[in-house]
Design a protein around this ligand. Structure first.
Ligand SMILES: *[C@@H]1O[C@H](CO)[C@@H](O)[C@H](O)[C@H]1NC(C)=O
Length: 252
């Protein structure tokens, strides 16, 4: 995603509704700070006077004075533009209000990074003519920009890869899942590489083609059960033999 980052903050100064005959009328004044560069050099301060949805007066820091868009707006803009103190006050807001707050938000939010946790798992195992599918998941990272790639014997794999978008968890963190379809070959090494602003070097996880832990546990439990069964059966057999021989040796 390479959309320019637009950080803006709004402050509603006043919102009042006058009840008309059928619908309400809405008058609102709000201002907004807009910038997309890290050094805040492209900061613009915009103050809007809005009636219902129409802006009737605007102060834009790039323009440097009020502009009216309706008869009332033009009248007031002309009046306010004649007041040097008022103009100076609004011209200063770009620095006083916008820069000041943007610096705080930049260091408290935008500059923060949280590196992802990476998990590599098998989605489907190869069977017959169907290829196997692996999933590489990255969890709980911020910001959303991330790079997930697959490697086969150290070389980047381009085909048979599908990836989700970065998905917001709703708690400021993101997750992403990338799938690789492949036909397993013995001796090859499949890895998932994840790079993110919060990491000093990419996380590389190698796929372990031996049975996953859950499968290993099932086999271990099954084997233990079998051994236990054999022991109990053997014990029972020995007991039975001893009893029956005892009966022969000591007749009642
Ligand atoms: C502010 O004014 C500049 C110069 O006219 C313009 O390019 C920019 O789009 C305006 N910004 C807004 C939010 O209206």
């Amino acid at each position: 995603m390479s959309l320019p980052k637009i950080l803006s903050c709004h402050l509603i100064l006043m919102l009042s509704a006058f009840t008309g005959a059928a619908n309400g009328y809405y008058n609102s004044n709000w201002f907004r700070c807009i910038h997309s560069s890290r050094d805040l050099s492209d900061m613009v301060f915009v103050l809007n006077y809005v009636f219902n949805k129409d802006v009737f007066i605007q102060f834009n820091s790039t323009v440097g004075e009020f502009v009216g868009y309706t008869e009332l707006g033009v009248h007031n803009a002309e009046l306010w533009n004649k007041d040097p103190n008022l103009l100076q006050q609004w011209r200063a807001q770009k620095d006083v209000y916008c820069h000041h707050n943007a610096e705080i938000r930049q260091s408290a939010i935008a500059d923060k990074t949280v590196p992802p946790e990476v998990k590599l798992s098998s989605v489907t195992q190869a069977s017959g003519r169907h290829p196997a599918m692996l999933m590489c998941s990255a969890y709980n990272f911020y910001p959303h920009q991330i790079q997930v790639s697959w490697m086969r014997n150290g070389k980047v794999v381009q085909s048979d890869v599908t990836s989700t978008e970065e998905m917001p968890n709703g708690d400021w963190y993101y997750q992403i899942h990338s799938h690789l379809e492949y036909t397993p070959k013995s001796g090859e090494k499949i890895s998932c590489a994840v790079d993110h602003a919060g990491l000093t070097k990419p996380i590389i996880v190698d796929w372990d083609p031996s049975l996953p832990e859950a499968e290993r546990n099932k086999i271990a439990i099954g084997a233990s059960g079998l051994v236990l069964g054999i022991i109990i059966a053997a014990a029972g057999l020995i007991y039975y033999k001893k009893k029956s021989t005892g009966r022969i040796l000591v007749p009642s």
